[in-house]
Design a protein around this ligand. Structure first.
Ligand code: IMP
Ligand code: MG
Length: 173
C-alpha cells in the first residue's frame, strides 16, 4: 500500500518557473526534433515544448518500458515506435520524465546512436543521481531530487497519479 505525501515535493509553480529557464537553454542549443519517451514525459514535453520558440520544431513520441506495475526497475528496456520515424541527419533532443537507475536512458542512447543522427542530447525533468547503476547523465535537468519515489506531472505508480499538477512523493504504508 502506498500513500501520497502531505505536501508536494515540487509545486506546479516551481515547475512552471524552472521550465522557463530550461526552455531558454534548449532554445539556445538548437534542435530539429524533440523525441519524447511515453508515457511519463507527456505533460513535461507538452509544457516545455510550448516554451521553446522554434516554430518548426518537430515532436515525436516513442515508448520505453522497464517497470511494469512495480516501483523497482527490471533492467531490461523495451523500446517501440522508432521504426516509424526518420531521424537521420537531425539534431535530436531526447526527453524523459526521470533518470533513476539510468537503464532506460542508456538503452535509448545506445539505440539512437546507431541511427546516423546529426546530434543527440538528453533532457529529464527529474534526476535521482544517487540511484544511478549505469554510467549515464542528462544534458539538461529540471530538478535534482533525493532517492524517493515520486508521482504527478506525468509520473505514475501503476499508471495512476499522472494528472496531479504538483510532484508528490509516494510513501509505503
Ligand atoms: P531507470 O531506467 O531506472 O532510469 O528508470 C527510468 C524510468 O523509470 C522513468 O522513465 C520512469 O518511468 C520510471 N521511474 C523511475 N523512478 C520513478 C519515480 O520516482 N516515479 C515514477 N516513475 C519512476
Ligand atoms: Mg518512463
Amino acid at each position: 500500500m502506498y500513500k501520497i505525501s502531505n505536501a508536494p515535493l515540487i509545486t506546479a509553480q516551481q515547475i512552471e518557473t524552472r521550465l522557463d529557464s530550461l526552455a531558454l537553454e534548449i532554445q539556445a542549443t538548437g534542435f530539429d526534433v524533440i523525441l519524447s519517451v511515453l508515457t511519463g514525459s507527456y505533460i513535461f514535453t507538452a509544457d516545455l515544448s510550448r516554451k521553446i520558440a522554434t516554430p518548426d520544431l518537430e515532436i515525436a513520441f516513442i515508448k520505453a518500458s522497464s517497470y511494469g506495475e512495480s516501483t523497482v526497475s527490471k533492467g531490461t528496456v523495451h523500446i517501440s515506435g522508432l521504426e516509424k520515424l526518420d531521424l537521420k541527419g537531425k539534431r535530436i533532443l531526447l526527453i524523459d520524465d526521470i533518470l533513476d537507475s539510468g537503464n532506460t536512458m542508456k538503452a535509448l542512447i545506445e539505440t539512437l546512436e546507431k541511427l546516423e543522427l546529426a546530434s543527440l542530447k538528453t533532457c529529464v525533468l527529474l534526476n535521482k543521481e544517487s540511484r544511478r547503476v549505469v554510467d549515464c547523465h542528462a544534458d539538461f535537468v529540471g530538478f535534482e531530487i533525493e532517492d524517493k519515489f515520486v508521482v504527478g506531472y506525468g509520473l505514475d505508480c501503476a499508471n495512476k497519479y499522472r494528472t496531479l499538477r504538483d510532484i508528490w512523493t509516494l510513501e509505503e504504508v
